[in-house]
Design a protein around this ligand. Structure first.
Ligand code: SF4
Length: 174
């Protein structure tokens, strides 16, 4: 794959014209679709579409979808932020493509956090120290990214670490 160049298109949020953030499209000068299953394997996309290929990530609190010839990113503060993220993901794409012989391509996303997996790590005493009425309520708050392991004081440190590691790929607390 040759070095990928792009043209940046910045525009305001069409649904909320008053929003303080902008969105961008980076229009690529070549089709990188073949590299997307490798990028997905390396970065763990939350959603993957096979045909035509695209992969969606949560990056620094923004949603980014990489298509064959376009990268779309929302909730950007300004143009420089868009350039930084696009340059970063193009480096990741190039690295993944170069190392493709060592990478198992992945054609599905990691999906959403599973309530049952989070619940396994909670103390399940319903003590309310987290401010939630029950551990189950806290569980759903964690799954949405509104709370994290640090909000449950009675949680054992090793379970806390496991919960943080489980939630990390979903990027919800960025
Ligand atoms: S602080 Fe932890 S143990 Fe207590 S209710 Fe909240 S989630 Fe459950």
């Amino acid at each position: 794959m040759e070095a990928v160049n792009y043209e940046l298109e910045i525009f305001n949020n069409r649904c909320m014209p008053s929003a303080m953030t902008v969105q961008c499209f980076a229009h690529l000068d070549q089709d990188i679709g073949e590299a997307l299953p490798y990028l997905n394997a390396v970065l763990g996309g939350i959603d993957y579409v096979k045909d035509p290929p695209s992969v969606t990530f949560k990056v620094q609190g923004k949603l980014m979808t990489v298509h064959g010839q376009k990268i779309a990113i929302n909730a950007l503060k300004h143009r420089n932020e868009a350039v930084k993220i696009v340059d970063w993901v193009l480096r990741e794409i190039s690295d993944a493509w170069e190392k493709r012989d060592e990478i198992e391509p992945r054609y599905v996303g990691i999906g959403k956090p599973m309530i049952i997996e989070i619940l396994k790590l909670l103390p399940k005493t319903n003590c309310r120290e987290c401010g939630a009425a029950t551990c189950m309520v806290f569980d759903t708050q964690v799954a949405e990214g509104a709370k994290d392991a640090s909000n449950c004081p009675p949680m054992q440190p090793d379970f806390s670490e496991k919960l943080t590691a489980y939630m990390e790929p979903f990027g919800l607390n960025n």
